[in-house]
Write a protein that binds this ligand. Structure first.
Ligand code: SF4
Ligand code: FES
Length: 363
């Protein structure tokens, strides 16, 4: 069996931002259910024993955990490469220096757009100025900086200016990630899905920037899979390379798997090794034996693993079907209809977007 390479630690669902494309679940975990510092220490020790090398600290907003520095220090002592995935709201010079001293290796900051008006509107709170200041601080402290920009109907036409901002901030890497429709993003899909014309305008801009910035800034473009012929090899295959631990201790093959009707597995009841190797949840879609046609006899089955289980569930109600993004899927019409509907909307409409709330105020 493969060993997991990366662990995504969702430390909290609390967040100062309200992005409508958030992939956190609609039923956000309340702060009082979160794993304690001691529980995280055990999880990270078990993760290293299992072979994990990279730790991605995420949320919600991980800076809202008072023990973040302690968690990073513990991870560093275990030899893990640590990446902080943050909105940067709350990354004061003092906190940044503490994290640097604790051994944090890398910082990834989300930005919502290239200018304050739109960025703050998408984030649902004034934050653009704090984000750019924090990005400069990250570079001053000598960290590698990744900017992550989730693309959708409201900002994709500004991708040239987003790239210019990343250049100005001397980012080492930019991830232009077309929205993945899970959690709040799924809830807001009609208001977020870009039209084909928008994507066709953005793609040459990204290609040209990638060429121009070669050797200075890595430009990653996460493909908009609703508009692709084949699905993405989600998570590199179910239970194959990655695992996610959510704030309350459940372990998942990927963050949106919380929505699937499968038995839960928690670090509060089992070791991480047992969950990875033996839990029904991780075994359910591992490998290719579970596949239906057309995947079962398809030559791409070990390239994309039949696509995304969470997307198949969301679109068809059955996680064991071929991802409807695939043009060979018998359910492909569902995706084609959503894309056609997006093409018919002529202007972005903020009013159809539901902002992600704070935990405790949601379902
Ligand atoms: Fe991938 Fe299945 Fe489509 Fe083949 S039929 S390309 S394996 S999703
Ligand atoms: Fe869960 Fe793709 S996000 S399998």
């Amino acid at each position: 069996m493969d060993r997991p390479f990366g662990l995504l630690a969702e430390l909290t669902h609390a967040c100062p931002l309200h992005c409508p494309y958030c992939s956190n679940p609609l039923g956000l975990a309340h702060v009082r259910t979160e794993l304690t510092t001691r529980e995280w220490r055990r999880v990270l020790t078990e993760a290293t024993e299992l072979g994990v090398l990279q730790l991605h600290l995420s949320g919600g907003e991980p800076l809202l955990r008072r023990d973040l520095v302690e968690i990073v220090r513990g991870a560093d002592a275990l030899g893990l490469y640590t990446n902080l995935i943050t909105s940067a709201v709350g990354l004061s010079p003092r906190r940044a220096e503490q994290l640097r001293a604790a051994g944090l290796d890398h910082v990834q900051i989300s930005i919502q757009a290239d200018e304050p008006g739109l960025s703050d509107r998408i984030a649902g709170t004034p934050s653009f100025g704090r984000k750019t200041a924090a990005a400069r601080l990250v570079k001053e402290l000598g960290w590698p900086l990744t900017l992550n920009v989730v693309l959708h109907r409201h900002n994709i036409d500004r991708v040239d200016r987003v790239l210019a901002l990343a250049e100005e901030l001397a980012a080492d890497r930019i991830e232009l990630a077309n929205t993945q429709y899970y959690g709040w993003a799924w809830h807001n899909r009609a208001g977020l899905l870009p039209s084909r014309a928008q994507l066709e305008r953005a793609e040459p801009v990204v290609r040209a920037a990638r060429e121009r910035l070669k050797g200075r800034m890595e430009v990653i473009y996460v493909i908009p899979d609703y508009h692709s012929r084949y699905p993405k090899p989600c998570m590199g295959g179910w239970g194959r390379q990655q695992l996610t631990v959510v704030p309350g201790g459940d372990v998942l093959p990927c963050p949106p798997a919380h929505a699937l009707p499968l038995p839960r597995a928690s670090v509060r009841e089992h070791s991480l090794a047992w969950i990875w190797e033996h839990s029904p949840l991780f075994r359910r879609f591992r490998g290719t034996d579970w596949m239906p046609e057309p995947c079962r006899s398809c030559e791409r089955r070990e390239l994309d693993f039949g696509g995304c289980r969470c997307q198949a569930f969301q679109l068809t109600g059955d996680a064991a079907r071929t991802d409807p993004v695939c043009h060979l899927s018998p359910d492909h019409g569902i995706v084609a209809a959503a894309v056609r509907a997006a093409d018919e909307v002529t202007a972005p409409r903020d009013d159809v977007l539901v902002p992600r709330p704070h935990p405790g105020r949601s379902g």
